[in-house]
Ligand binder design. Structure first.
Ligand code: PRX
Length: 655
């Protein structure tokens, strides 16, 4: 374990203000501990009570947790509900006029929609989907820009029991194709293009390219939202404009009542090996988790203006744009653009204009905004803010302090939320009216979440030692399986030596107060700008290039992105020995990876070698590559290395 001991030694502590504690949904450590105790005393009963109080059930459940086929857990299985009903219809009697979404487009144009109108649009679009023969259980891939429409599309799928799989608009046609095929989708919902930073970026043509590759024969409908009025190739056989689909549709659509265990969505995410995993989530358990964390972690109040900046292409956008805030009846901001356009004051200006109270973003965005204009927040009125949040990767204490002082004006607690695509909602995060904060720590597990740190044998390690982060008991919102690959689900998350615990894939340690400090991944998953990328995916993309014989990819710390991608490549031809040639080939390969996966996966640095450092049994020794990428001297044991001379060559490689 010595290689995953913590290096951080942060001692600052920030207590919640008296004013915040007083108004908090969970007030003081005593409030938090009481909830934890209730979960400890009657685990299933704790969750059952919350599920009864929080969700609207068409038919109440009688069974809470079924562990008979572990790790395929079932929660509230005989309960019947509809997620879209819980997000929209439940508000119509009491707050139909309340603004649900304040949408700000890339160019600054603002559109507001209230709960009644959002409900109407979801019903009409759901009826439109039904008119195309899309039904309960069908998979629908959504490849759209941030918009009111993407929320409508997701909610409409939920309404009719169709399982959506949102693919981030920055992914390439190849990545999109892979996901359409794996999910065996019946329909794709897209837009002609998306607007980002003043630029028009095509989406529909990427869908066309994906569909022209084999394996997508099940797709019978491509629904296209007109965003940019850009030139779009048209296949009259299965393409239909969004506005034509909804024209004349009834604004009444009886929800499809489904079991709590009905899959709500599949979301693809990277693992350390193989192709992306289709993380399958449930309906009732998932929604419950997003709603509880809105209350516990975001301390949600009906007067809040909530803003999560994440794209719906990631889990954060699912849980804290499309589902959590709407289920709570919140007013939220949805933003199409990027934080640096037209300048690095965009976020602060939007907080001022929309009087945002709760702001949730990623450390990578915070770090880049510090760099581009650390003083800019001072030019705006940020007095509406009362709570800040961070997600996606560890936040370094410097960025935390700037966020706290400059954005939050030392008034707003920061909730550093540790969770994953697989967990569906925050797992380890502060309850801001209860816990003292320490910059860089996600603090303590939420009530009902039994987190711990263990060694390779699955045994608990003592505090202040590093180890593997595990969740010891099943919880309602967790991943149900990997779509189409239950064996991989078991292997990846419940390996035998972990005694049935959920293995999160992160290393962590706990300090003397029991606070968790996440140290990073234990597998070969990179976190680039908070996005999860498997080294294997990038290596496969590189190896698929005709110039490349073999490739290995590692991460190296990066000031803004968190991690940068460094690729070591063996060419089929001779190794370039002058910098100009190396640069030229590196550029070809960077563009290739960008086209294969998406621009986020582009290697930042490529080094060429005659071969790669391997053990005698042929395993690439990544720890050595990591040291080389970081410019460190190699002090580690290299006795198992077959070809020691390669280290010098890679160290000195032209680039
Ligand atoms: O390594 C952890 C890191 O992000 C991983 C999950 O990535 P993903 O499924 O893409 O979900 C991101 C949004 C929830 C985790 O295994 N991670 C996420 N949040 C934090 C974090 N690491 C440290 N601190 C966090 N707050």
């Amino acid at each position: 374990m010595s290689n995953i001991e913590s290096v951080l030694n942060e001692k600052r502590v920030f207590n919640p203000s008296e004013k915040f504690v007083k108004q908090a949904n969970v007030s003081g450590m005593a409030g938090y501990q009481a909830l934890c105790k209730a979960a400890e005393q009657d685990y299933a009963g704790f969750w059952a009570n919350l599920a009864r109080e929080t969700l609207h059930w068409k038919k109440p459940f009688t069974k809470t947790l079924d562990e008979s086929n572990a790790p395929f857990f079932k929660w509230f299985e005989d309960g019947v509900l509809n997620v879209s009903y819980n997000c929209l219809d439940v508000h119509l009697a009491t707050q139909a006029e309340k603004t649900a979404i304040i949408f700000e487009a890339d160019d600054g144009k603002v559109t507001k929609i209230n709960y009644r109108d959002l409900h109407t649009r979801v019903c009409q679009f759901a009826n439109g989907l039904k008119s195309r023969g899309i039904k309960n259980g069908d998979r629908v891939v959504i490849y759209m820009p941030m918009s009111i429409e993407v929320v409508v599309a997701m909610q409409a799928c939920a309404r009719i029991g169709a399982i959506h799989s949102v693919v981030f608009g920055g992914f390439s046609s190849k990545s999109l194709h892979e996901r359409i095929v794996d999910a065996q989708a019946s329909a794709v919902i897209t837009a002609d293009a998306q607007m980002r930073g003043g630029k028009v970026m095509p989406l529909k043509s990427v869908v066309d390219e994906a569909l022209s590759t084999g394996g997508c024969e099940k797709v019978h409908s491509v629904i296209v939202y007109r965003r940019a009025a850009s030139e779009t190739a048209w296949n009259a056989q299965n393409n239909i404009w969004w506005h034509d689909l909804v024209a004349g549709q009834s604004s009444v659509c009886e929800p499809e009542w489904v079991s709590s265990e009905h899959p709500l969505f599949i979301l693809y995410t990277s693992g350390s090996t193989g192709k992306p995993k289709g993380v399958q989530h449930s309906s009732g358990g998932y929604l419950l988790g997003t709603m509880l964390t809105m209350q516990w972690v975001f301390d949600y109040k009906p007067t809040d203006v909530f803003w999560c900046t994440a794209d719906v292409g990631w889990v954060t956008g699912h849980s804290y744009v499309t589902y959590g805030p709407l289920a709570m009846g919140a007013t939220q901001v949805v933003f199409e653009g990027i934080p640096t356009y037209p300048d690095a004051g965009r976020f602060w200006k939007m907080i001022q204009n929309h009087k945002v109270t709760t702001f949730y973003t990623a450390p990578t965005a915070i770090r880049s905004l510090i760099k581009l204009g650390g003083d800019l927040p001072k030019q705006y009125d940020l007095s509406s803010l009362r709570l800040l949040g961070s997600v996606g990767e560890p936040i370094n204490p410097e960025a935390w302090m700037w966020y706290y002082n400059t954005v939050g004006q030392a008034r707003c607690p920061i909730v550093d939320t540790w969770w994953q695509t697989e967990t569906g909602h925050h797992m380890i995060a502060p309850l801001p009216g209860a816990m003292p904060l320490k910059p860089g720590s996600c603090t303590l597990p939420l009530p009902g979440i039994i987190a711990s740190i263990v060694n390779e044998a699955g045994n608990e390690v003592h505090d202040q030692h590093g180890g593997f982060l595990v969740i010891k008991r099943p919880f309602p919102a967790q991943i149900r399986t990997i779509w189409g690959d239950p064996e991989r689900y078991k292997r990846a998350y419940f390996p035998e030596e972990m005694h049935g615990y959920y293995l999160a894939g992160d290393s962590s340690h706990r300090d003397e107060d029991g606070y968790f400090w996440i140290m990073g991944r234990i597998d070969d998953v990179l976190k680039v700008s908070g996005h999860r990328l498997g080294t294997m995916e990038i290596e496969s993309a590189l190896s698929a290039n005709p110039l490349v014989a073999e490739a290995a990819v590692v991460g190296k710390p990066h000031d803004i992105k968190g991690e940068a991608i460094v690729a070591f490549v063996v060419l089929k031809g001779t190794r370039p020995d002058d910098a100009a040639k190396a640069k030229e080939i590196a550029e070809i390969l960077r563009t290739w990876v960008s086209k294969s996966i998406g621009p986020i996966a582009k290697p930042d640095e490529i080094r060429f070698g005659d071969n790669l450092p391997k053990t005698r049994s042929g395993k690439i020794m990544r720890r050595l590559l990591r040291a080389i990428a970081n410019g460190e001297d190699i002090t580690q044991d290299i006795s198992t290395l077959e070809n020691p001379a390669i280290l010098e060559q890679l160290k000195n490689a032209v680039r």
